[in-house]
Design a protein. Structure first.
Length: 243
């Protein structure tokens, strides 16, 4: 994505954060409902059975694919849309919701590596603002810690059923099921354009050797004094939400 276009997108989103109802309506207008995860994103609709959301690089793709695998059939999942307005909509419509969370350093580093237009400063600011925005809605969603989602998603689904009185099937974290979830992630990314295919190892939403190498350079930047205030703000927002 063009740098100027990307910066403009961030600026518009920053403005809309002040008006969560308007932001929610905007996401609905852009929505193209589909039960096929290859559609990329899906905002809340009248057919939505559950919302699975989180900032990019928080386990969204794995959680959505694994959840769908566990159900064994079509299920309407709202996913991959910026969390605050969607969580607000889910709360108002009493839709079960999972907020995927991951510590700020890991999310920010991974976003910079996977989506080069975003800067480390933008990633940290976006993280803090997102987590602060969803804090008032805390009682309306289940938190899915990245480490738990990627090792025992079934326990998160169990908590959803207990909280919302639903009967979703729990994901069995077997080697075959995890492999199948990763295969579906690969399928989506390989269906993208040529530019994305060239950067497959860096962009794909699962562990990759290429991305791990690139992360080391960004982590070194993260230690610079100029980022410490932003890191502290992001960490505080994370601690307040999960605690």
């Amino acid at each position: 994505m063009n740098r100027h276009l990307f910066n403009a997108k961030f600026a518009v989103r920053r403005i809309f954060r002040r008006y969560p109802r308007a932001y929610f309506l905007m996401t609905q207008l852009r929505n193209h409902p589909s039960t096929d995860f290859l559609s990329g994103t899906e905002a809340i609709s009248p057919e939505t059975e559950i919302l699975i959301t989180g900032l990019a690089r928080s386990g969204n793709s794995f959680a959505v694919n694994a959840f769908r695998i566990a159900q064994g059939g079509p299920v309407h999942i709202a996913h991959h849309v910026y969390p605050p307005p969607q969580l607000l909509g889910a709360a108002r419509r009493n839709i079960p919701a999972i907020m995927l969370v991951r510590p700020p350093d890991e999310v920010s580093v991974s976003r910079v590596v996977s989506h080069p237009p975003i800067t480390l400063r933008q990633a940290l600011v976006d993280y803090a603002q997102c987590y602060q925005a969803v804090l008032p809605l805390r009682e309306h969603f289940v938190i899915g810690h990245f480490s738990v989602v990627t090792s025992d998603l079934g326990s998160v689904i169990r908590e959803v059923n207990q909280r919302f009185g639903t009967t979703f099937r729990e994901f069995e974290h077997t080697e075959d099921n995890v492999t199948l979830a990763f295969e579906k992630i690969d399928e989506r990314y390989r269906a993208m354009g040529s530019a994305e295919q060239k950067a497959f190892g860096r962009m794909v939403a699962r562990p990759s050797k290429e991305r791990q190498i690139a992360k080391e350079t960004v982590r070194e930047q993260l230690e610079l004094p100029s980022y410490q205030g932003l890191r502290a703000r992001a960490r505080l927002a994370y601690d307040r939400l999960v605690n």
